[in-house]
Design a protein around this ligand. Sequence first.
Ligand SMILES: [Zn+2]
Length: 492
Amino acid sequence: MKKTLIKNAMLATMDPSTHDLTSGDILIVDDRIERIAPVIEADEAEIVDAAGMIASPGFVDTHRHVWQSLLRGVAVNWSLFEYMVEMRTMYPVCYQIEDAYLGNHYGALEAINAGVTTLVDHSHLQVSAEHSDALVKGLKDSGIRGIFGYGVYRNPRYTPGEAIDPSSVIAEIAGPIEKFHRDNAARVREEHFPSDDGLLRFGIASSEFFTFPSMEPVLEELAWSRTLEPARITFHAAIGINDDVNVIESLSNAGALGDDLLLSHGNCLTDDDLALIAREGGWLSTTPDTEFQMSGAFPVLERVVKSGRPPSLGVDIVSAFNGDMFTQMRLMLQAIRFRDNELTTPGGLPSSARFPAAKMLEYATLGGAACVGLENVIGSLTPGKKADVVLTRLDAVNTAALRDPVAALVFYANPNDVEYVWIDGVVRKRVGRLEGESWDSVQRRVQEARDGIDDRFAKIDGRAMRRAWEPVWGLAPGSSEPEARGAEKVRG
Ligand SMILES: [Zn+2]
């Protein structure tokens, strides 16, 4: 039996029954939280003095493309169009098998470093069976909890440098799932996820249904996905292109909505869609950074709350954004407040701000736990639940002289303030350093992988690929060139 006793912590338990307990001790025994009380004594326990730190449940990120960790920064100035051109038809062919492993391993370490203990990996880099194996192993080796969402996207399969017809590459990635994915996903399920008891569970990341001409292949793909009994079937929906607004209604008509569905974005869903989801099943992940950079509508989070379902947050593309949830909580909160202020009539500003910071922390922990089906397992510091615990320093240069510790956690903290992280009772970050990993070694491998990916990427004619995508988006020839940026609006 292994015991860890966290002493003198400020507490953000996110558990209504211990809401009044603002500081105290936490006893972890093996993989579970045993007790939370003002003072706990325990024999033979490792003592962690958490004076100056706040204990909170690990963050639950419900939408992230972990493999993109090796593409840090490439997407910071992209539109959704540019994302489709480069991330869907150029970068995947630049990843070798080792890159797939490292992308997911380093990406998961980045999450843990920031206090994210559970994530949904929407993994659309399944370009070969070996890549799939490496992607799973990368996550498993990190010790993170989560869902490996096997992406059934039809990825391009050319080699950088070979002469290709960009239009046929684009044509190739449209359409129903390939036999390769049906076989490979079933194999991955059997070999890597023989049971659903592990920290990492099997999931499916579906096609983008709005690219399908009818509901038939959508329903067929969902029915096939369900034969593999995934923890969640996750898919991008209604990000800001209005084509797929009828997907929810059609799924409902076909009796295909259910609590195994996890939709990311969903900004263009109607309140009727959200009511259908609340009634018949399904969950939403809002990714504020992406919604503001690339989508065409205000994030859906508040409307999900109104529909009666718990909402959740995600980081999405670590090729553009920091892999932490602090940023996403703040962005979402301030956007809601801005809109309140903007809409106030006549003329005046509201007398108080809605949505306290603690609410956003709830969505980033408990809300996420509900969305991945683990509300009774994680998401709050509750005796009996799994010990996914984060200690964040609130006595640093950027956080000292604080008043409200929960507000300070949401508004001032950053990943460097995360001092300790336990997942399933195992310490994964200790005194500010990732446990069991030599960062120097990971960092060196990450730089080498980045250089290799960049070398291969440089061999692809990006200009030709961009031109080939223009008609797909209803753009005039040449109008998407960087120098013409902003000259033409895309459809939607
Ligand atoms: Zn995404």
